[in-house]
Design a binder for this molecule. Structure first.
Ligand SMILES: *Cc1c(COP(=O)(O)O)cnc(C)c1O
Length: 412
């Protein structure tokens, strides 16, 4: 039987089929997913969804057709700049996600270097080893070389070692705020000083932290400066579709000045249809994502985001307290925000993860060091007790079975 039907299915049959397909997916509504879905509470979730649907058909490529989308996007970018330390001259775009924001920042840095006569051939990126793979993906597409520099024992960027790795083809250095793998903030102020001393473009990857770190700081948690306001920072990426709680796909990329941002645009004129001029990598763009991002920021406001940051930090504190009480487990590093990980020097943490998956938990696994990894959102509040009970049982079983840890470097 071919999959493509001769006669179309009924609307009801489509609905039933999709509901049935979903049955095998992770139960994120019960907090069983360690990442992927970010939930701001029932009311904000509905507001975001309604806004998305109200612009379901509109296309943000059509700036003449949909001036309302131009305005909504400009307001989202302006709000992002207010949240992320942009000065009066800051500029940027709403993109489809962290990967596109990073791709565009690299392209912009490269074209800026070329326009200034500082780069003739192939460019080079200098990254901490914990930087997101999106940098390598973008560098692969644009044929840019990448140097990944090992991080310090506390998993933060080693600024001295990065300085040694910089050469005259280096178009960008990067710090994460925080890194996805270990959840820790790189020393952005030190990287900013390096950037100023050597005339380098510093990109801050705040994809995972940009819309929670400023609010966690307002709630009283210690968060070091990482924003565009840090001297030496040229660009920053921050994902609205993670802890901005907007609908996918939505991220922001911001630049210190409109002059830097100007290098992001791509214009092609040798086409029968006329000039084609876009700021982004994508052409057609979902109007729904633009409207949903605007609606979420406006609905939650600063107080809403501060409250969500507090909820997340509270869940993390409760999970960490429970994990500290379970023998053989230990927390790894000293993460600042919504990401944390734990492992063991004594028992096989991957065997523990296997047992948890048998109980219906999807487990985030870190490779180096071997660890269980969480990216928290307020939906996880309801799972704390169940999770800790299942974790304790899983550790008990693994301990009884004598599954010891593979050689783990004692770096945490
Ligand atoms: C998620 C993430 C990215 C990539 O973002 P996508 O939206 O998945 O494309 C890049 N950097 C960091 C730190 C991230 O957490």
């Amino acid at each position: 039987m071919p999959l493509f039907p001769d006669a179309g299915l009924s609307a009801g049959a489509i609905r039933d089929a999709l509901a049935a397909f979903k049955e095998g997916d992770v139960d994120w509504r019960r907090g069983r997913a360690p990442m992927y879905v970010f939930w701001p509470g029932a009311e904000a979730y509905e507001v975001t969804k309604d806004a998305f649907v109200s612009y379901f058909s509109e296309n943000a490529l059509g700036t003449r057709a949909f001036p309302s989308l131009v305005r909504l996007e400009q307001e989202v970018v302006a709000m992002a700049a207010e949240i992320l330390g942009g000065g009066p001259d800051a500029a940027g775009s709403l993109t489809s996600g962290g990967s596109e924001s990073i791709f565009l920042a690299i392209k912009t840095a490269r074209d800026h270097a070329r326009a200034g006569g500082r780069l003739a051939g192939q460019g080079r990126l200098v990254l901490p080893s914990t930087a997101h793979p999106a940098f390598n993906k973008a560098a692969h597409v644009m044929d840019i070389e990448v140097a990944r520099v090992p991080v310090r024992a506390d998993f933060r960027a080693d600024v001295g070692a990065m300085a040694d790795a910089v050469d005259d083809r280096t178009i960008m250095i990067v710090g994460s705020a925080p890194s996805f793998s270990h959840g820790v903030m790189d020393p952005i102020e030190d990287l900013g000083r390096l950037a100023l001393e050597r005339g380098l473009w510093l990109h801050v990857d705040a994809c995972v932290g940009g819309y929670v770190a400023p609010f966690a700081r307002m709630a009283g948690y210690p968060v070091p400066p990482f924003e565009l306001s840090v001297p030496g920072v040229s660009s920053i990426s921050a994902d609205l579709h993670k802890l901005g709680f907007a609908a996918k796909p939505a991220s922001t990329v911001l630049y210190r000045s409109a002059e830097l941002y100007a290098h992001q645009r791509y214009r092609f004129t040798d086409w029968p249809r006329g000039a084609y001029d876009t700021p982004n990598l994508t052409g057609t763009r979902p109007g729904g994502a633009v409207a949903a991002a605007w609606a979420t920021l406006k609905f939650l406001g600063r107080d809403g985001y501060v409250d969500l940051a507090r909820q997340i930090m509270g869940i993390r504190a409760d999970l960490e307290a429970g994990i500290r009480e379970i023998p053989h487990l230990e927390l790894i590093g000293d993460p600042e925000l919504a990401l944390f990980l734990f492992g063991s020097r004594e028992i096989d943490i991957n065997a523990v993860a296997d047992k948890l998956e048998e109980k219906g938990w999807l487990v985030g696994r870190n490779a180096d060091p071997p660890a269980i990894h969480f990216f928290l959102t307020p939906i996880h509040r309801q799972m704390v007790d169940d999770y800790l009970a299942d974790l304790r049982a899983a550790v008990g079983t693994v301990t009884q079975q004598g599954l010891v840890a593979a050689t783990v470097e004692a770096t945490y």
